[in-house]
Design a protein around this ligand. Structure first.
Ligand SMILES: [Zn+2]
Length: 310
């Protein structure tokens, strides 16, 4: 397996991953989306909310506000030894809000959340949460904790996480290919007599690049074991950290699985998927209850019971 970073910005990493199959990249994608933990507000105690936004809606907005996540200082609540309902300083961070309009209508932003720990501040200060007319106020104390996207999407660290095969086509016009590669940056690279199209969308969106190869040819020459991955962070974690954390989690899961295989303990896993046994000659259907057992009596009893009253 070989990886090469194509571009890296504050919130997005694009990298090539080579020597793996679709199942592997999809496992990596799913791990990033649903297993890499981030810090998010989970409990809110309102002291005042006289805005027009109901408590629940406001709580939902606040829950979806990405917070910077310090993975090295906090643990998941289920892995913390405190076992306290509202957590302890190892598994939660406290944020407060105290905003009141004393004159003109004001807008409440995510930047009005005041974190006790500066490492769990909102990733952006500019997310609109509510508006307050004169005399209205929002005051609360909120507890943030680590969580995973598989429990609630508010904990997902990525706002985009996609992969796509690269395509390798033979070069017919060397001069134009060279022109195109220098003009279109990281859309394609020349490898010997071939053109490796890294970013098919970007390549397709350039008129001159498109002349080098029709879209059908690009799709017919997809490389099965090389992908361009694009990971965009919500701001909770640096994008490259999302990838490395996902790899760590995936490795841990595979280690646990292979340990179970070695110890022949897999039947524990498999029994979780047991389906109810089929009665002989009968189709199993959910919610059918014991209707079939006493077809006439059961059906009539239930039915007439309703009509009698009328
Ligand atoms: Zn704790």
């Amino acid at each position: 397996m070989k990886t090469t970073i194509v571009s890296l910005t504050e919130d997005t990493v694009r990298f090539l991953i080579e020597g793996v199959d679709t199942a592997f990249v999809n496992a990596l994608r799913r791990t990033m989306v649903s297993e890499v933990p981030t810090m998010t507000i989970e409990d809110i105690f309102y002291f005042d909310n006289s805005s027009l936004v109901p408590d629940e809606i406001l709580a939902n907005r606040i829950g979806f506000t990405p917070l910077k996540t310090d993975l090295d200082s906090y643990v998941l609540p289920e892995e913390c030894d405190c076992e306290a309902e509202l957590g302890c300083p190892k598994c939660r961070a406290v944020l407060t809000m105290d905003v009141e309009s004393t004159g003109d209508t004001i807008t409440v932003y995510s930047g009005d959340l005041v974190p006790d720990d500066p490492n769990t501040a909102p990733a952006s200060d500019k997310i609109v949460l509510a508006k307050l007319a004169e005399g209205q106020a929002i005051r609360f104390e909120a507890y943030a904790q680590l969580g995973q996207g598989k429990v609630h999407s508010k904990w997902t660290p990525t706002s985009m996480c996609v992969y796509q095969n690269v395509s390798v086509i033979p070069i017919t016009d060397k001069a134009q290919a060279e022109d195109c590669v220098s003009d279109c940056g990281d859309a394609a690279v020349i490898e010997g007599d071939s053109l490796k199209i890294i970013d098919i969308q970007k390549f397709d969106s350039c008129k001159r690049c498109r002349e080098l190869a029709p879209h059908e040819q690009i799709l017919e020459n997809l490389k099965e074991d090389e992908f361009l991955f694009t990971v965009e962070s919500t701001g909770a974690l640096p994008p490259q950290r999302i990838v490395t954390e996902a790899v760590k989690i995936l490795k841990q899961k595979l280690a646990t699985l292979s340990e179970k295989v070695d110890k022949d303990e897999l039947h524990d896993e498999i029994s979780d998927f047991e389906v109810p046994e089929l009665d002989e000659g009968k189709l199993y259907s959910v919610g059918s209850g014991d209707f079939d057992e006493d077809e006439e009596g059961g059906a009539e009893e239930g039915f007439t019971g309703g009509i009698d009253e009328e």
